[in-house]
Every structure is written in structure tokens, then in C-alpha cells.
Write a protein that binds this ligand. Structure first.
Ligand code: AMP
Length: 482
């Protein structure tokens, strides 16, 4: 009996101990939860402080941008409204600086014409004198020669002045182009439904609008988890589409972006994340490139020195080589200046894989069927993409052609085929189907090696055109210490 009592006592103690442990556990769990809550609160507070700070900086930037526009408008011009009956349309009205420059040019031209007229009549007098008609007037031949020299020298100085003014006007025209783009950006920012500094997906603090494309808006944003700047591209779906079509579009886009997400290369813009915002909108989160894109660079300076153009095209080819060395090769299919971005150090990065194609494993050297004909930017696409009588087979050679066009444009300030034509005219006139041979302007002077590379890239026949991996071996594209 004494044993039973002892055992019961042990049991009671053990139960007591177990209960104590349990209480301790509960207490620890509660403390842990409190700690986590506290940590979460601190994190939330920290995130809020960061996003508040970024928001006030961005607000100041917005104010400054609008002030600058107002100031620049006075010099360079503004959008005016004209009314014709019930139709209201917008026109551009040049500012005072451009008006003054144009007036000055007009005056120079009038003076030039007046001097030229005088010179012409002088020449007539000279020839009359030669015929003996003016011998009685007492005008010496030397006087006429001196007078002619005076006119010639005046014309030369007018020409110099005109050149200076034209250069100045070109500079202002560039500034005007920048102003118009900035005005558009600000108007797009004001009209955007994301302009109120939202935090997307509890993580991305949206700041200022970088630009707007056809169906997308790109915002500079701050990633509150990874603590870095990113570019958030907000893709809007067409509101007219049926729910089924929208869902299928999103599924397709997610498949495409999941591939882009796996691309990790120095010369390819990283895709960090993708998520749905609502039924009509989704967002891709991209590496932020703080430099200008190549399109903006070429608008400011249409011709680049060969050395600079070369290092850009070398980087683009390095990105393309990476795309072609993967198990699943990728055709970018939309290489153009706007899709080459620069980071703050000037490193070039290829972006926008919205039209890219994934080469399936069983595709032979001929290429794969092009199913989305009509997409892409025509100045940069090769002839095989315009074949209308059969579904064309395309391969990475599409990107080789586009890179050739890009390189040509950087060197000569114009595109090799259809430069002055609209996209619609390129299609209507079969410009690219007729692009059998590339011609080079005589100026600026460019090395023969560069021209040879362009000729190889712009080989008309797809079968004869080198693919990405072959063209990347071109000695012109390799840098090595001699
Ligand atoms: P898009 O719609 O792709 O043409 O882009 C619209 C604007 O956003 C252009 O001015 C681009 O230069 C800019 N942009 C696009 N992606 C990025 C990025 N990853 N980093 C910085 N700016 C970008």
C-alpha cells in the first residue's frame, strides 16, 4: 500500500511538472509570438518610414519636373489648342528662342540674296566692260574685281554665321524634343491610376512614372524586402476582351515571364517578379536601369563614334549568345533601340521579352514557325518575317538581322531600309522584302571590318545568314590584347 501511495505521489509530481512545462511552453510561445509581432511592427514601421521618405523625395522631384517644364516652355514652346468648327486639336507653338533664331535665319537669308543679286549685276557689268560697253563710265576693272572680292567675302561670312545659327537651332530642336517627351510623360503620370504612391503586393513602393508604352506603364519603384530600386511595368489588358481571353493572355504572359525570370546575365535586364494586380492588370518587376535607353541616346546624338557603337553591339551580342547557349534557346524577336537599356555605369542590357519565342528542342536548323506575324518593329525585322504566302520559319537569325540594323543606325544615324517610311508604308511597299543589298553612306567614315559585319548580319537569304553563335565569332567583335 505504501508503494502505491509513493507511486501516486510520483505520478502527481510528474503531472505537476508536465503542467508546469506546458505552461512554460505556452508562455514561451506567447512571448515568441509577441516578439514576432513586435518584429513585424518594426519592419512595417521601417518600411513605412522608407516609403514615406521616398514618397516625399518623389513628390519634390515631380514638382521640380513640372517647374522645369514651365521654364523650358517659355524658351522652347508649348502645346496650343486650335479650333476648327467643332473640332479641337492640339498644335505646337515654338517658344521665343526658336522664334528669334528662325527670324535671324530668315534675315541672314534675305541679306545673302541681296548680296548675291548685287554680285550678279556686278558680273554683268564686268562682262559688259569686257565687251567694251562700259569703257566710258570710268569704272576701272580693278574696282570691279575689288567689289567682287568684297561680295565674296561677305557671302562667306554670312555662310559661317548661318552655320553657327543652324547648329544652335539643331541644339534647341533636340531640347524641344526632350521637352515634348517630358511633357508627355508628365501628362501620362497625371492620368495614371497608379500615380498616388501605392505599395503593390505589400512590397513595391511605386514612385514616379518612367514612361508609357502601348498597353503598359513603367514606374520607378522601391522593393521594401530586397531594399533596391526596381522598375515596375504595369500591363493593362484590353477592357473589351472577354474574361476568357484575358485569363488566357495572363496565362501566356506568365509562361513567358517565367522564362524571362530564369535569364541571369550581365547584358539581359533581370526580371525579379510577376504578380496580378486585378482582373485587368498585372505587374512585372524588372531590374532598374537608371541610364537612358538607346532610343533616347540616338535621339540626342543620332551618330555615335564607331568605338562607342561597337562596344554597345558587342554587349548586345553577348546577351544574344547567352540566349542561344541555353538548353531552351530564345529568340528575342524585338531588338530595337528602345529595348536596349543602360545602367548607371553605362552597361547595355537587352529588355522586353514580350514577343520572344522559345525554340522547342525538336526544331532543326531551319527554325520554327512564326505564328505572331505582324508583331515587332518593321525597320528591324528580316525579310523572312514578311513572307505572306506561307508561314515563315524563323530562328535566332532574326536577332542577327536586327542587331545589324541597330549597328548600322548607331554608325550612320539612319536605318538601312525604310528609314523615312512609316511602318504601314514598309508593309505596303514591301520595303524589307526588297532589301537585298545594304548601301553605306560615304560619311561618316566607318571601318571596313564594321561594314563587313553589317553585311553579314544583313544577309538577305536566311539560310546563308550566320546564326548568333557564328556571328559572335567575328574577329571584329572580339577584344583581345595583341
Ligand atoms: P516601354 O514600355 O518598355 O517602352 O518602357 C517605357 C519607358 O520606361 C521607357 O522610357 C523605358 O526606357 C523605361 N523603362 C522600361 N524598363 C525599364 C527599366 N528596367 N529600368 C528603367 N527604365 C525602364
Amino acid at each position: 500500500r505504501a508503494k502505491v501511495v509513493a507511486l501516486e505521489e510520483d505520478l502527481r509530481k510528474s503531472r505537476q511538472e508536465a503542467s508546469n512545462h506546458q505552461n512554460l511552453c505556452h508562455q514561451l510561445e506567447k512571448e515568441l509570438k509577441d516578439l514576432k509581432d513586435c518584429e513585424k511592427q518594426i519592419m512595417q514601421k521601417r518600411s513605412k518610414t522608407i516609403s514615406d521618405l521616398l514618397m516625399s523625395v518623389s513628390k519634390a522631384e515631380r514638382q521640380e519636373a513640372r517647374m522645369k517644364i514651365r521654364q523650358d516652355s517659355l524658351r522652347l514652346g508649348n502645346v496650343g489648342v486650335i479650333r476648327a468648327g467643332t473640332i479641337i486639336s492640339e498644335t505646337w507653338e515654338d517658344g521665343q528662342v526658336l522664334k528669334d533664331l528662325n527670324a535671324y535665319l530668315k534675315q541672314l537669308l534675305e541679306t545673302k540674296e541681296a548680296v548675291e543679286r548685287q554680285r550678279k549685276s556686278l558680273k554683268k557689268r564686268q562682262s559688259d566692260k569686257g565687251d567694251g560697253a562700259d569703257t566710258e563710265s570710268g569704272v576701272h576693272e580693278e574696282d570691279l574685281l575689288i567689289q567682287d572680292e568684297i561680295y565674296k567675302s561677305r557671302l562667306a561670312s554670312l555662310k559661317r554665321e548661318e552655320e553657327v545659327i543652324l547648329r544652335e537651332r539643331d541644339r534647341y530642336e533636340l531640347e524641344k524634343g526632350r521637352l515634348i517627351r517630358e511633357m508627355k510623360r508628365i501628362r501620362d503620370e497625371d492620368g495614371s491610376r497608379f500615380n498616388n504612391f501605392p505599395i503593390l503586393n505589400s512590397r513595391y513602393s511605386l514612385l514616379n512614372l518612367l514612361g508609357k508604352g502601348g498597353f503598359s506603364e513603367v514606374y520607378k519603384a522601391y522593393d521594401l524586402v530586397e531594399h533596391r530600386y526596381v522598375a515596375c511595368k504595369l500591363h493593362g489588358l484590353n477592357a473589351q476582351w472577354s474574361e476568357e481571353k484575358k485569363q488566357s493572355y495572363i496565362r501566356h504572359a506568365i509562361r513567358e515571364y517565367n522564362i524571362h525570370k530564369t535569364l541571369v546575365h550581365h547584358h539581359i535586364v533581370r526580371l525579379w517578379d510577376i504578380f496580378e494586380i486585378d482582373q485587368n492588370t498585372f505587374c512585372t518587376v524588372l531590374e532598374y536601369c537608371s541610364g537612358r535607353d538607346l532610343d533616347a541616346v540616338l535621339k540626342a546624338t543620332p551618330v555615335l563614334p564607331e568605338k562607342e557603337a561597337k562596344i554597345i553591339i558587342v554587349q548586345i551580342f553577348q546577351g544574344l549568345v547567352y540566349l542561344n547557349k541555353r538548353a531552351q534557346k530564345i529568340i528575342h524577336y524585338d531588338l530595337k533601340p528602345g529595348n536596349v537599356l543602360f545602367d548607371e555605369l553605362g552597361v547595355a542590357k537587352v529588355t522586353d521579352f514580350g514577343l520572344s519565342k522559345i525554340m522547342e528542342d525538336d526544331v532543326g536548323s531551319q527554325g520554327m514557325e512564326l505564328t505572331s506575324q505582324g508583331a515587332g518593329t518593321y525597320w528591324y525585322l528580316p525579310p523572312e518575317c514578311f513572307e505572306l504566302n506561307k508561314t515563315p520559319l524563323i530562328s535566332s537569325k532574326v536577332d542577327v538581322w536586327s542587331a545589324g540594323v541597330l549597328f548600322y543606325q548607331m554608325l550612320f544615324g539612319r536605318r538601312p531600309f525604310g528609314h523615312d517610311q512609316t511602318q504601314e508604308r514598309i508593309l505596303r511597299e514591301d520595303t524589307i522584302i526588297k532589301a537585298r543589298k545594304v548601301e553605306f553612306p560615304s560619311r561618316p567614315s566607318v571601318s571596313n571590318e564594321a561594314k563587313d559585319l553589317i553585311r553579314r548580319c544583313l544577309t538577305y537569304n536566311q539560310a546563308e545568314r550566320p546564326d548568333v553563335l557564328t556571328i559572335a565569332q567575328d574577329p571584329y567583335l572580339t577584344y583581345s590584347k595583341r
